[in-house]
Design a protein around this ligand. Sequence first.
Ligand SMILES: *Cc1c(COP(=O)(O)O)cnc(C)c1O
Length: 359
Amino acid sequence: MQSAWLGTGPKVARFEEEFKSYKHTAHAVAVNSCTAALHLSILVAGLKPGDEVITTPLTFCATVNAIIHAGGTPVLADVDPDTMNIDPAEVEKKINHRTKAIIPVHFAGRPCNMNALCRIARENELVLIEDCAHAIEAEYHGKKIGTFGDLSCFSFYVTKNLVTGEGGMILTNEKEYADRLKILALHGMSSDAWSRFSDEGYKHYMVTEPGFKYNMMDLQAAIGIHQLKRIESYWKRRKEIWNLYNRAFNELPITLPAQADADTRHAYHLYPVLIDEKQTGISRDAFLSAMNDRNIGTGVHYLSIPEHPYYQKTFGWIPEDYPHAMKIGRKTVSLPLSAKLSDKDIEDVIVAARKIVLK
Ligand SMILES: *Cc1c(COP(=O)(O)O)cnc(C)c1O
């Protein structure tokens, strides 16, 4: 605040530097949301009208909307029922001559099967864009998540593992992508405001294409720089909570989230349990209300994408065609999982869930 430069400037540059060295990639471009990051990444992938982009039906709507806004046609490939991540075999079934890109989402912070997805992308010459909104701390076979794709997108929204209020980041190893992303993120102008107002005197900007207003502010980056320092300690705390839940709910007639695969690191962004009325004796929605009555906030990640009227109307999608995502979406509840939860908070969640299920 005292520097009096609140817009895009040196703090954003520093946050980009620190984020890319945390992730070991060549380039980082900060933007004002992961939705913006996805939109620009799909644009630089160079879709032609009618080109298809494959993604998962178990994601936040922004993943699919970004494909639509970038001029692509979204195509869904169902998830694996246990890992809840996009199933590479389903992806392969959806590939045709119009397919241009794949956007896997590392759901709940659990890494997707990157060996299979990288192979599929390579063999079919597809652009691989990772949606890492849940997965900042995740690793797969010793490599950080977000370094497998041609481009990868991160969210710093208020509910995510690293928070700047609103904010996002794109990582890439391709200089050409990074240069175009920077231009597209700020009106299509050839150089940003900070460098124009430098001590070297006034420089004209040139508009090279109609861009967007997607730049991150120094005010946001200043928060992000300090959040990044705490990322490991927050992750450890969420892992601890995850394990406490696993132990406490082991005996309950609910389905617990799958354990992390060997040689991977889970980011522990969400703790999704499945409430199956036949098995649990209570419907998912009744469970949500009962938790709410006990003053415990829960979430639903997510009703599958084909449940929403816009996509049904526009693409003719029906939930039953993606049965695993549909079943998860209708049974899932995300329990509170934040590094800021106290031991007492966790105990409250455990007691409430046990009482509701065992009543
Ligand atoms: C939160 C989220 C987004 C969108 O992030 P914003 O920063 O809010 O735009 C995209 N994809 C997934 C999977 C998300 O969870």
